[in-house]
Design a protein around this ligand. Sequence first.
Ligand SMILES: CC(=O)N[C@@H]1[C@@H](OP(=O)(O)OP(=O)(O)OC[C@H]2O[C@@H](n3ccc(=O)[nH]c3=O)[C@H](O)[C@@H]2O)O[C@H](CO)[C@@H](O)[C@@H]1O
Length: 413
Amino acid sequence: MRVTCVLGTRPEAIKLAPVILALRARGVACDVVSTGQHRELLGQALATFELAADHDLALMRPGQTLARLAARALQGVTELLRARRPDWLLVQGDTASAFAGALAGFYAGVRVGHVEAGLRSANPSSPWPEEAHRSMVARLASRHFAPTLQAARNLRREGIAARAIQVTGNTGTDALLMTATRIEGDATLAARFAFLDPARRLILATGHRRENFGGALDRAARAMAALASRPDVQMVFALHLNPQAEAPARAALGHLPHVHLLSPQDHAGFVWLLKRSHLVVTDSGGVQEEAPSFGRPVLVTRNESDRPEAIAAGTAKLVGTDGRRLLREATRLLDDEDAWRAMARATNPYGDGKAASRIVESLLADGVQAPAIVLPQGGEPRSGALPRGRGAGTARPRRQPQAVVMPAIAEKA
Ligand SMILES: CC(=O)N[C@@H]1[C@@H](OP(=O)(O)OP(=O)(O)OC[C@H]2O[C@@H](n3ccc(=O)[nH]c3=O)[C@H](O)[C@@H]2O)O[C@H](CO)[C@@H](O)[C@@H]1O
C-alpha cells in the first residue's frame, strides 16, 4: 500500500508525524509532500520527529493570497499524484494545504483520508478560513478520522455515513506524548530557558488566529501586559512568524521586564514550557488540546469554540476577544487556589496516544480493497490509472463511532 501525506503548516506536521512514523513502522510506503505554506516552522516541526519532506512544493511567496496558494497547491499536488498514484492521500485539519490536497486527491480519483475530521464551530467566519476548509474536506474525503465522539457526531449530522467515520483520538496527543517522553531530563532545554525565574509563576501565551488580526490580538496583548505587571508572574509569549500576529504582542509586551517574547519554539521547547506553566492563554487549537494533558488551565481568546470537549471537561474557558474577561479570569486563577485547582485537572478528552495506530490499522484493514471514487469516463486519470479499488459497492459492516476513553497522561507539577 502506498500513502501520500500532504501538509503545509507546523500543526499539520506535528499532528501527522505520528501517523507517518506509524505507517512506516508497518512497512507502508509513505511519502511526505510539503506545500511549504509555513516553510520554516514546518521544517522545524518535522525535524523534532526526525522527519523531512520527500517533496517540497516550496509554494510560499511573500504577500501571496490564499487563493493563489491554494491554486498552486492544487496543481502541484495533482502532478505528484499523477506520478505516484498512491492508494490513499492523507490530509490533516483545516489549512489551505489540506483543502487543496484533498481536492487534488478527489480530482485524481485517489481516496482521501481526513485526520482530525469533524471539528466545527458552526461559524464560517471564525475560525476563518479553517471552518470552511475542514467542512469542504469532509465533502471530498472517503475516510474521516474524528478525534472525538463529538466530532464524529458533527460529521453524521452533515450526512457522512457512519461506516466512513472512525473515532481515533487526536494524533496531537500522540505527538505530545512522544515529545514529552523524549525531553524528560533534557538538560539542553533547561539551559535554553535558564532565564526563567523559579519564584514567579509562568503564564504561557500564544496568539495568531487570522480572525483576531486587527483589534482582538491587540486587546488580548494589552490584558496580558496588565497581568504580566504582577510581582508574582512571568510570561513567555511564543510568537508566530506572521507579522500581523507578532506586532500586537511586540507593541504591548515587548518592553516589560518579566515578559519574554520568543521566536517560534520547536515542539520540544514548547512542550517543556507548557509542562512548567501555571496558566495558558491562547487562541491556538492545538495548544488547547495539549494543555489539559499536563493539567494546565487554558483561557481561550476566541468568541466561539470548536473544542467543546475541553470546555465541558472544565479545563479550558472561552474569554472572548475584548481583553476584559481574560484579565478577570486570569486574575481569579492567579489569586484563588481553589479556582485554579478546579480547572487544573489532568484529564484529556482528546487522545490516549494511540490515534495514529488506529488510523494505520483502519487504512491497512481496507488496504486497496475499499471503494474507490469512480470517475466518469473522461475523468482525470485514464482508466488504467484508476486507484486499485474495486469500485463502489463493496459491502462492509456498518460501524458506529466508538467513544475513546482518554486518560490523563501526566502528573501535575
Ligand atoms: C481552527 C484551529 O484551531 N485549527 C488548528 C490549527 O492549528 P493551531 O491553532 O493549533 O496552530 P498552532 O498554534 O500554530 O500550532 C499548535 C501546535 O504548535 C506547537 N507549538 C506552538 C508554539 C510554538 O512556539 N511551538 C510549537 O511547536 C504546539 O505545541 C501545538 O502542537 O491548524 C491545524 C492544522 O490543520 C488544525 O489541526 C487545528 O485544528
